[in-house]
Design a protein around this ligand. Structure first.
Ligand code: PEP
Ligand code: MN
Length: 366
């Protein structure tokens, strides 16, 4: 019978007594580079050593991975340091090679998660495996595609599943290489609290700056661990040089991170303060919804008026004025421009839906 995602247990994550930290180079380049990076890793934090063996590069002509020989270097690193090993697999041949070299954890990369044929091929090659399989989010923010990849693996009897949030690509350049869109990852956690979730701050940031902030944010959301790219000489890395850090820098970051626990503290003062703040929040949320209802009732009246005067629902000039005026207003209040814009768009969309319904209703009567 097919295992349902919701029925999976996350027991495997509890075998790691600390947050699961997976780290190592973006790509395995040489035996020395793999072994030196592994040796310099702080084993009290890093339980799993990663290295990419087959690299899905955006454009041809760049380094596409060292291939199977690198798996032997990972085996050596494991034997010498005791860390488990992990690598990315993107087809059935990779799976066979990784299993033959006793790699402990394999992950499906963001560019593979997008393709159901690829995921199906990998899932069948891994059928009934006891290994841990991690699935990175697809490159674009498609929640169902991410879940679908896990369902394909579960359908092949694979039980030790986890996901990695590595951010989502966007056309527009921004502060991040891949937008974090925390909400999607949090939705994932809310739907499947039984599936462990890790964060990959390296691919979110695309540069060294910001890795520690994203890592902290992941723990603020109670993620189960991190995957971070480290290299013995980051500037000389053959892939993703800008975002790799040294093992020593990783240790500094991990030493500073604060782990957030589930809210089960018995501290009376803390509980009193928190419940005071929550009461205020609940009241404000209540008022916000009541105000929004009033706001949307006016949309209904506007819909009637427009209908009676044969005016189109969407008036770009009016919308432009609203966003400009409220954009300034929000900024002066200290709200982020992104939040104000998203909020206004949502309200506006609902207002348009309501006006549309009014017009449709009236049209039926005609
Ligand atoms: C990687 O981890 O090196 C990698 C290629 O990641 P992603 O699939 O997130 O791009
Ligand atoms: Mn990489």
């Amino acid at each position: 019978m097919m295992t349902k995602l919701k029925d999976l247990y996350q027991e495997w994550i509890f075998h790691f007594d600390k947050p699961l930290i997976i780290s190592g180079p973006c790509s395995a380049e040489s035996e020395e580079q793999v072994l030196e990076t592994a040796r310099r890793m702080d084993k009290s934090y890093v339980q799993v050593f990663r290295a990419g063996i087959w690299k899905p590069r955006t454009k041809p002509g760049s380094f596409e991975g060292i291939g199977e020989v690198g798996l032997q270097w990972l085996q050596k690193a494991k034997k010498e340091t005791g860390m488990l090993t992990a690598t990315e697999i993107a087809n059935a041949t990779h799976v066979k090679a990784a299993l033959a070299h006793d790699i402990d954890i394999v992950w499906i990369g963001a560019r593979s998660t997008v393709n159901p044929f690829t995921v199906q091929e990998i899932a069948e090659a891994l059928k009934n495996t006891e290994k841990i399989i991690l699935v990175k989010n697809p490159v674009h923010p498609d929640f169902d595609l991410w879940v679908g990849a896990l369902e394909r693996l579960a359908a092949q009897g694979i039980k030790k599943l986890g996901v990695i949030h590595r951010g989502f690509s966007a056309y527009k350049k921004s502060q991040y290489r891949n937008q974090p869109h925390w909400q999607i990852a949090l939705d994932f956690r809310n739907h499947y609290p039984n599936i462990p979730i890790l964060c990959d701050p390296s691919h979110i940031c695309g540069e060294r700056e910001g890795i520690s902030a994203i890592a902290q944010q992941a723990f603020n959301f109670e993620y189960n661990g991190l995957m971070v790219e480290t290299h013995r000489k980051p500037d000389e890395a053959w892939s993703d040089a800008k975002q790799q850090i040294t093992p020593e820098r990783l240790l500094e970051i991990l030493n500073r991170i604060k782990l957030r626990k589930e809210d089960d503290t018995q501290d009376i003062e803390y509980q009193k303060k928190l419940s005071g703040i929550r009461t205020q929040i609940d009241e404000l949320d209540h008022n916000i919804l009541a105000l929004l209802t009033q706001r949307l009732q006016l949309a209904e009246e506007v819909g009637m008026l427009k209908k009676n005067h044969n005016i189109a629902i969407f008036q770009p000039k009016r919308w432009e004025k609203i966003t400009e005026r409220l954009g300034h207003f929000g900024k002066n209040l200290g709200l982020s421009a992104e939040f104000t814009e998203t909020f206004l768009k949502m309200v506006h969309q609902e207002s348009i839906n309501i006006q549309n319904q009014v017009m449709l209703k009236e049209a039926k009567k005609d």
